[in-house]
Design a protein around this ligand. Structure first.
Ligand SMILES: Nc1nc2c(ncn2[C@@H]2O[C@H](COP(=O)(O)OP(=O)(O)OP(=O)(O)O)[C@@H](O)[C@H]2O)c(=O)[nH]1
Ligand SMILES: [Mg+2]
Length: 330
């Protein structure tokens, strides 16, 4: 045995031996490779790990080619933000999309009902937020394109039902599948500089504990808390409607965006269609989006809303607030 292998290596090796799917095995092998010291004494082992990874990749590719329903899916982004729902089978993902939108995704008492992504718009005050219902994720069932859709979205909702007999185990399975595609989950707001490298992304995540009408929420919470870290939990019941009403506002908050309305001097503001921009956006940032002349020649703006008084003149660096109405002057 080569010298100087750190404890993390043996930890990863144990995970490799316990791994059931090729994806899990690759994940563990990559960790083994990452933590091992790279010197002459470990060369043989390095080669061995690389070979095992490429063999597993071949296996996956082969399965993809010969599989029955292998295809890719893509969802066009619409509205003020995109929220993707994932979770174990039968947890109530489609029921939640049905409760929050005018969409009619298929809901059924048996698992693996949803086969394709199903986008639908959730109204919130004067804007629309896109929800994307997804097929379930389980030990034996994972569509590669799920990773692509999750990677692109703004927020992930992980839906778990209180009738789930192994909520923590199922969550671990989901995390492991997505970790293979470099996706990690966090309760924090994600800024670009938080990304450790271009391949790995952190996704702002909320855990929805559904079916509170069945009881047992506190037991489930105790089981899943150690697995989900700082990810917040919201308890709801799609059956009774408990906790559903406040979700749109909570999702909107989590998106970290604001609405800004515009007005032309001497006219009434246009309240029909706000600009939806990230929190922290300044007058100058938004001016360029409205028209490039504004970006180049902007002198000042007037703001109605959160400025000290209505119609206050502010400079280009003024940081906008949700609901502000602006009038640009060149
Ligand atoms: N008791 C109870 N049952 C619920 C609740 N929400 C959903 N269900 C039931 O759970 C079952 C699964 O619901 P779906 O919305 O189809 O679940 P899903 O997560 O989309 O399932 P897949 O697409 O197979 O992954 C259905 O029988 C629903 O009626 C709830 O809040 N309480
Ligand atoms: Mg479904």
């Amino acid at each position: 045995m080569p010298a100087n292998l750190p404890p993390q290596y043996f930890e990863a090796e144990r995970r490799y031996r316990e791994a059931k799917t090729p994806h899990e095995k690759i994940h563990a092998l990559k960790q083994m490779y990452a933590v091992m010291p790279k010197h002459k004494g470990t060369e043989k082992l390095q080669g061995d790990i690389k070979r095992r990874i490429s063999k597993l990749n071949e296996e996956i590719q082969h399965a993809k080619k010969t599989g029955v329903r292998r295809h890719t899916e893509y969802v066009r982004r619409e509205g003020a933000g995109q929220i993707v729902l994932i979770g174990p089978p039968n947890s109530g993902k489609s029921s939640l999309v049905k409760a929050l939108t005018h969409g009619q995704p298929e809901v059924a008492s048996y698992p693996f009902t949803t086969k394709k992504p199903f986008p639908a718009m959730m109204p919130y005050e004067d804007i629309q937020i896109q929800l994307v219902d997804m097929p379930p994720i389980s030990e034996t069932y994972y569509e590669g394109w799920i990773s692509n859709i999750v990677r692109e979205c703004d927020i992930v909702l992980i839906v778990v039902g209180l009738d789930d007999l192994d909520p923590d185990g199922n969550l671990k399975t989901i995390f492991s599948h997505l970790a293979d595609s470099g996706i990690r989950f966090t309760g924090e707001d994600v800024k670009r500089e938080d990304l450790p490298d271009f391949r790995t992304v952190k996704k702002k995540t909320i855990l929805i504990l559904n079916k509170t009408d069945l009881g047992g929420a506190s037991i489930a919470r105790d089981l899943i808390k150690p697995v989900i870290g700082d990810i917040p939990i919201i308890e709801v019941s799609c059956r009774t409607g408990e906790g559903i009403e406040s979700l749109p506002a909570q999702f909107y908050q989590a998106l970290r965006v604001i609405r800004v309305y515009t007005k032309v001097p001497g006219k009434k503001p246009d309240m029909s269609k706000p600009y939806v921009v990230p929190k922290g956006t300044t007058i100058l940032d938004i001016a360029g989006q409205i028209h490039k002349d504004f970006r180049e020649n902007l002198k000042y703006a007037r703001v109605w809303g959160h400025a000290r008084y209505d119609g206050q003149a502010v400079g280009k660096e003024y940081v906008l607030q949700d609901g502000d109405i602006i009038e640009l002057h060149i």
